[in-house]
Write a protein that binds this ligand. Structure first.
Ligand code: SF4
Ligand code: FE
Length: 484
């Protein structure tokens, strides 16, 4: 296993092509735009060496028996699924943001399930290949970006019907030694500071979309790969100072990219699906359900920090005991723990798959994430309510630190006499960072947009059996079907 420093060293050996705001980022570890994201992901490595968290972070590999970082593990029990949620909450409490490594974790568990099924029904040999790849990931403690989301183009059209065929990743050539893929993956969390990406399909596919049924692993710096780094709310404050950034050590969400695949060669040993379009939907659902399980873990850890910051702001403002403040804090706790409940529940109700790893209860996992698309907004709304409007109007950090202007700011932004104005600024900026713009949009659309969860909820619910329950109590007999 690698620790945080070794992870950063390992990134320095890679040479991904990263474009950001008109320039090239050559060193993700030290560049101010990517550094906080690297720090956050490094936490997933560092905590594996902390005796306090060893039980959550380190497990024995089901493939080799050796100790590995949980982020490279194939779940072996419902306890593993529960520990995943607990681990994510714990890490998010320390970073206050996304640490990115779960996407690959989920993609690997989903690929393990689907390759097993495809082999069994189609006589292919993807599963053993994937096991070999997993051993490579575990032995080297790699960070893998789970790469599902395609740009998708015209949403009313399937991949093969798009005007531009590259709007979904597809196979453009099959060779003796491998395949060549073209297209792009969008919103790629943690991509620039991962070692590898694991490509999988993004939607259900038909026979016309065979070339879009592709799963494969590609190093982030493979020839033909380029990354375009996305903007985040207030990201250029990283170039200016510390307080105004809010969470200068770890930034906001995952540092997402648009990753372009310009005819990238993939050797056969890294290809895990090649044309089996019938399994695309199941693959997407497996990945998405694993990832939706997470949101009652990581987002609850984020909410824990927001609640702590809000309660601190109430103290800093001098009103910690006002009854309406207490009520609102209780409401925030209730919302956060409700998200956690769902993720623990979908883990407890998980089951063993034919492939041998454990899978979440999909109905409950989708409920967990759907809750999150609302509750993180409500938690943030209550945080703004309690903290006060000044989190939206504070002056610049540079003016706070200016000897002349700073004196006015200190005088007129003072509140609770036991708290410095600078600390009041720091807490307000942290809240601003964690409760607005990019952070909220990620709560809504990360792991899929709400409608995707609603579709799953309806599919996974037996509505007819619910109708039958009601009819029995109401003593309604089914009318016999009339013959024509
Ligand atoms: Fe992991 Fe949460 Fe980030 Fe998704 S949003 S990668 S689940 S920390
Ligand atoms: Fe996410």
């Amino acid at each position: 296993m690698m620790n945080g420093a070794q992870y950063k060293e390992s990134l320095k050996k890679l040479k991904p092509e990263i474009h950001c705001n008109g320039r090239i980022i050559t060193d993700v570890v030290d560049d101010p735009m990517t550094k906080p994201h690297v720090n956050s992901a490094a936490m997933t490595y560092e905590l594996a060496f902390d005796p306090e968290y060893k039980d959550l972070m380190v497990v024995n590999s089901s493939l080799t028996g050796k100790p590995i970082n949980r982020f490279t593990h194939l779940h072996q029990s419902t306890e593993d699924l529960i520990n995943k949620v607990k681990m994510l909450r714990m890490i998010a409490q320390k970073t206050g943001t996304c640490f990115q490594r779960c996407v690959g974790f989920d993609a690997m568990n989903a690929t393990f399930i689907v390759t097993h099924k495809v082999d069994k029904e189609c006589g292919t040999n993807y599963h053993q290949r994937f096991i070999d790849y997993m051993k490579y990931v575990q032995e080297n403690d790699l960070m893998v970006a789970g790469s599902m989301t395609d740009p998708k183009g015209d949403r009313s059209k399937k991949p093969g019907q798009q005007v531009d065929p590259d709007l979904f990743v597809h196979i453009v050539e099959k060779r003796d030694d491998g395949i060549v893929v073209r297209g792009a993956k969008a919103h790629q969390t943690g991509m620039v500071n991962s070692h590898e990406m694991l490509i999988l399909p993004t939607t259900n596919l038909g026979a016309d979309d065979k070339d879009y049924a592709v799963a494969c692993a590609i190093p982030v710096d493979a020839p033909g790969v380029l990354h375009i780094f996305g903007r985040q709310t207030n990201d250029d404050r990283r170039l200016q100072g510390d307080i105004d950034t809010g969470n200068s050590e770890y930034a906001i969400v995952g540092g997402e990219t648009l990753t372009v695949l310009n005819d990238v060669f993939v050797p056969w040993e890294r290809v895990f699906m090649c044309g089996e379009y019938q399994y695309a939907q199941e693959y997407v659902e497996a990945f998405a359900s694993y990832h939706r399980q997470n949101y009652g873990g990581c987002k609850v850890g984020v909410a824990d920090v927001i609640i702590g910051a809000t309660a601190s702001m109430a103290e800093y403002n001098g009103v910690p005991n006002a009854s309406h403040i207490k009520d609102k804090i209780i409401e925030m706790i209730h919302l956060a723990e409700t998200m956690y409940n769902c993720s623990i529940a979908c883990s407890c109700e998980g089951r063993k798959t034919e492939a041998g790893n454990y899978y979440v209860n999909t109905l409950l996992a989708n409920t967990a994430k759907l809750n999150c698309t609302r509750t993180m907004y409500e938690i943030s709304r209550l945080a703004h309510d309690i903290a006060g409007g000044f989190i939206a109007t504070l002056p610049y950090e540079a003016d706070l630190k200016d000897p002349k202007i700073g004196a006015y700011i200190n005088k007129y932004f003072a509140a609770n006499p036991n708290v410095s104005t600078e600390d009041r600024f720091r807490m307000a900026r942290l809240l601003e960072n964690m409760t607005g713009g990019t952070a909220l949009a990620e709560s809504m659309h990360g792991a899929g947009s709400p409608q995707a969860m609603r579709v799953m909820l309806l599919r996974e619910t037996n509505l007819e059996s619910k109708k039958a329950l009601a009819k029995r109590l109401a003593k309604i007999k089914e009318a016999p079907v009339k013959k024509a």
